[in-house]
Design a protein around this ligand. Structure first.
Ligand code: ATP
Length: 238
């Protein structure tokens, strides 16, 4: 579905954040992207969603192929229209707008029938968002805001959903809830790139995983293979 080859990204004049990354997101699969702070995970998602320029970043080499389309030179709105939709780190919901208004904003570029189906999907996935429909989004808890951010992205009818650390700052129970939601979204036929520092959550949801380290792919494989390597690396046991 998504195929990245030799991707290089630079910020400003001299900060190279990705040094020739290769990776594939299988059709309808979930790819976990793991790595420590500063490894380049958010940069990778920004490159896919076309939003690097907002951060003074630029792709200096490589290709991002999405099905038959090459998307590495397209603007973000076009990439969303093709079905690649991101939830950036920190959620970035519209705090002064209500929950319902946030969801409406997510579906602004879709056809009415698609929008109605997407709204039903979001209701089924996160019933709490219906209960809070008229509440200002800024008053939601961190976990609820994350649900809203994912719900808003689903309103754009993604074929590929990009999630940047959805578990960040959430209590373990909510991390589990978000993991379940990602599993459900995947089961409904949407592919996902899941960037996480929470390796155990990400590996329990994904089929494939890559580990980024200072801007390069250090490991890639099935989640079982990566789980075994991570275990060995940190604990010294096979
Ligand atoms: P984190 O989990 O901390 O967000 P990350 O793996 O997502 O880490 P990135 O945010 O992609 O990492 O950052 C990769 C490298 O690029 C880091 O060294 C970071 O300091 C640098 N970087 C990120 N954004 C910018 C920017 N707008 N300008 C300059 N350097 C940046």
């Amino acid at each position: 579905m998504l195929s990245i080859r030799n991707l290089r990204v630079r910020y400003g004049r001299s900060m190279t954040a990705l040094h020739g990354v290769d990776l594939d997101v299988p059709d309808d699969g979930v790819l976990a992207v793991l790595g420590t702070n500063g490894a380049g995970k958010s940069t990778l998602l920004r490159a896919i969603s076309g939003t690097l320029r907002l951060h003074r970043g630029v792709i200096t080499a490589g290709t991002i192929q999405y099905g038959d389309l090459r998307i590495d030179r397209l603007d973000p709105a076009r990439i969303v229209r093709y079905g690649v939709v991101g939830v950036p780190e920190g959620r970035q919901i519209f705090a002064r707008m209500t929950v319902a208004e946030n969801l409406r904003a997510g579906g602004i570029a879709t056809k009415p029938a698609e929008r109605a189906a997407a709204r039903k999907r979001v209701s089924a996935l996160f019933p709490l968002l219906d209960e809070r429909a008229d509440q200002r989004a800024g008053l939601l808890s961190g976990g609820e805001q994350q649900m809203l951010a994912i719900g808003r992205a689903l309103m754009a009818v993604p074929k590929l959903l990009l999630l940047d650390e959805p578990s960040l700052g959430l209590a373990p129970k909510l991390v589990e809830r978000i993991g379940e939601a990602v599993r459900e979204i995947h089961a409904q036929g949407t592919a996902v790139v899941l960037v996480e520092q929470n390796a155990s959550m990400a590996l329990s949801v994904a089929d494939q995983a890559v580990v980024l380290s200072v801007g390069s792919v250090a490991l890639s494989g099935s989640t079982e293979e990566i789980a075994a390597s991570v275990h060995q690396h940190y604990l010294g046991t096979p």
